[in-house]
Design a protein around this ligand. Structure first.
Ligand code: ZN
Length: 149
């Protein structure tokens, strides 16, 4: 299992992983709950969708929207066992240990809190409206390309 600092350094070099951002709805969701509550949700998702030795639909079990944790999973390469193996050094084909689950949840909460800290300031002087199609930070799949890996 790779240390989280190494994983995050590698993630920062991936254009695809870096493209994930929380939408306004997800931000609102996070604002209305504590990070601890969201971490509980993360534990639950990880336990059901990722931890089994052979998760159902592995590789496409994580939606691209609907919960901030889903977005965080794609951003941190904890979306499926293939990505966990490739990026986090956690082999597939066996159930995740408690330590590995905790590692995944730590990755998710670390990314979510960084997003929170990076929350954009009011855009009164910005040249583009926040949701303009050509806004510099608009993720390339903002319209919901659910078929991407
Ligand atoms: Zn994946």
């Amino acid at each position: 299992m790779r240390p989280l600092d190494d994983v995050f350094a590698a993630l920062a070099g991936s254009k695809f992983r870096r493209s994930f951002r929380l939408g306004e709805r997800d931000r609102e969701y996070l604002r209305s709950r504590s990070l601890g509550v969201v971490a509980e949700h993360a534990h639950d998702f990880v336990g059901r969708r990722l931890a089994p030795a052979s998760p159902p639909n592995d590789g496409r079990q994580t939606p691209y929207r609907g919960h901030p944790v889903f977005v965080a999973q794609h951003a941190t390469a904890t979306c499926c066992r293939g990505c966990l193996e490739k990026w986090h050094g956690i082999p597939r084909g066996r159930e995740l240990t408690a330590e590995e689950r905790a590692h995944v949840v730590a990755a998710l909460t670390r990314w979510l809190s960084a997003q929170f800290d990076a929350e954009p300031r009011p855009v009164t002087n910005a040249p583009n409206a926040p949701n303009a199609p050509n806004a510099p930070n608009a993720p390339e799949h903002a319209s919901g390309a659910t078929s991407r890996p």
